[in-house]
Design a protein around this ligand. Structure first.
Ligand SMILES: [Ca+2]
Ligand SMILES: [Ca+2]
Length: 411
């Protein structure tokens, strides 16, 4: 093998007249100097990949060397590398078939590593490797759901890092922060996955500002409390002045929510009855003024109520019903079940009723010219025979009803 050492050792010749000591030093130096590219050579430099993570990320740095003639540089031509960030391993290497491959290895710094190759008087162009978080051009932050659930709850936070070319950036550390609540990450960095996404979860009970950071890139988001805006209920019913027994049609038409759909309608009719849905029917069985309440709930679980008073009137009066019993119960009677002369018999109208009001008067005709009053009364017959007993009842609006019964009084 011929090695054109005359280039390298020209210093030796020049040094001859510097004196014995200098001559010796230069001779030693001459022995250690490697062969480098001659002037006019071209060094082409390439890196792959062009982005590496911080802390030990590696890329291959390749140099193709050519003489001015276009032929590859001779084998064992020494190429030396410099970088502004991280290190090159090895920092210099010798060509084989005009080529050198070395490794770029990142340290804990993020940024742009500017790399150059040198040999003799020639240098390559500067090439760059982006290291660590510096590659992130865009950081997006989203939350699922996009609000703090009613009563507090968990929100997923997803940060997505992309490079200038729009591709996701994996393995970069994302730090999440929140103005309230508790983050699962505890503030420790979360590495992005192959999709460039890092996820954290936040448990909070109130409006919260959240932030994701990669290096100097940040993205922020405000999570409003779900119930900052509540749905607005609207309550309608028809007829406006129903009577007892008449169906009343209720609807919640006109209720609305600015943030989402209303998913639940709950009715309280004020008489112990309840219903669900935007349209319901209810029948009141008694007269009165009823406080009707409508509660609407949206898809975030936030509710709101409204109420209206409903006056249910009696309508046409319904007559009472007259019902009574006769017996010889103790102590007035002897309790043998046979109605007898002189025995005090009990007349009981407790089973009478008025469907839409109350009975206010009970009048008795015992059929022997005797008369009585009250719900429960007594009478004694003085002679045996058959008697027609008549009960008349009157309700609170004056309607009357009668009931008759033929009884036999024995001696
Ligand atoms: Ca009545
Ligand atoms: Ca008896």
């Amino acid at each position: 093998m011929t090695r054109p050492n005359h280039f390298l050792c020209s210093g030796f010749v020049f040094s001859q007249w510097l004196g014995g000591v200098a001559l010796l030093l230069m001779a030693v130096a001459c022995g250690q100097v490697d062969f480098t590219a001659p002037a006019g050579s071209v060094l082409q430099i390439f890196v792959k990949p062009e982005w590496v993570p911080a802390n030990g990320g590696t890329a291959t740095v390749t140099v193709l060397g050519f003489r001015s003639t276009g032929a590859p540089l001779p084998d064992d031509t020494l190429i030396t590398f410099t970088t502004t960030l991280g290190r090159i391993d090895p920092p210099s290497a010798k060509t084989k078939d005009g080529r050198v491959d070395v490794l770029f290895i990142s340290d804990d710094r993020s940024g742009i590593a500017k790399i150059r190759a040198f040999s003799g008087p020639e240098a390559s162009a500067e090439t760059e490797i982006t290291v660590g978080t510096a590659v992130v051009a865009n950081l997006e932050l989203r939350a699922i759901p996009s609000y703090v659930p009613a009563g507090g709850g968990t929100v997923r936070l997803i940060a997505r890092a992309t490079a200038q070319d729009g591709n996701p950036v994996p393995n970069v550390p994302v730090v999440f922060q929140a103005s309230a609540g508790t983050l699962t990450s505890g503030g420790q960095p979360v590495l992005t996955n192959a999709n460039g996404e890092a996820e954290d979860s936040l448990f909070t009970r109130q409006k919260t500002e959240v932030k994701a950071s990669i290096g100097t890139k940040t993205a922020t988001l405000t999570l409003p409390y779900a119930c900052e805006q509540r749905p607005t209920p609207r309550l309608n019913f028809s007829p406006q002045t129903p009577v007892v027994g008449q169906p009343v049609f209720f609807n919640a038409n006109g209720s609305f929510d600015p943030t989402g759909p209303i998913v639940r309608y709950e009715w309280n009719f004020g008489d112990g009855g309840s219903g669900f849905g935007p349209e319901v029917v209810h029948v009141y069985s008694t007269v009165g003024v009823f406080n009707v309440t409508l509660t609407v709930t949206n898809d975030r679980g936030c509710d709101n109520s409204t109420n209206s008073f409903l006056n249910v009137s009696s309508g046409p009066n319904q007559p009472p019903q007259a019902v009574f019993t006769v017996d010889d119960r103790l102590p007035g009677g002897n309790g043998d079940g046979v109605l007898r002369v002189g025995e005090t018999l009990t007349f009981d109208a407790s089973a009478s009723f008025d469907p839409d009001g109350t009975i206010v008067a009970y009048t008795w005709d015992f059929g022997d010219t005797g008369a009585g009053f009250g719900k429960v009364t007594t009478h004694a017959y003085t002679a045996a025979g058959n008697y027609t007993v008549r009960l008349t009842v009157r309700d609170n609006l004056g309607a009357v009803a009668t009931a008759e019964r033929l009884i036999t009084v024995q001696p």
